[in-house]
Design a protein around this ligand. Structure first.
Ligand code: SF4
Length: 100
């Protein structure tokens, strides 16, 4: 099963997600956003559309058996924020033979 999360600090309650995936997201009468965190396979594409249309970039979809799905802007922010891409490459690099 895939999982979805909404960052409550980013969500501005525009409701676009509900329009794309009404079976998963619901903008309640009290103004709060409710959502199902577990996404059945038949709703994955609708949730992926919700991720794309969310103006606040508040939704993350973690597809089962795959990496976290993020729109390009969000991915760049995450990579830029961590700055660990090069560090990880160095950590996982093998020692060269004869180089002690
Ligand atoms: S579209 Fe984004 S900002 Fe709007 S209610 Fe949904 S999660 Fe919140």
């Amino acid at each position: 099963m895939s999982e979805v999360t909404v960052d409550a600090a980013k969500c501005a309650r525009f409701g676009f997600c509900e329009q794309e995936a009404p079976g998963i997201f619901e903008l309640r009468a009290d103004g709060r956003l409710g959502y199902k965190s577990t996404v059945p396979p038949e709703d994955i594409e609708a949730v992926a559309r919700a991720v794309k249309v969310c103006p606040a970039r508040a939704i993350r979809l973690n597809r089962a058996g795959s990496r976290v799905y993020m729109p390009p802007q969000q991915r760049e922010e995450a990579e830029g924020r961590s700055g660990k891409k090069e560090e990880l490459a160095n950590v996982t690099g093998l020692r060269q033979r004869g180089n002690r």
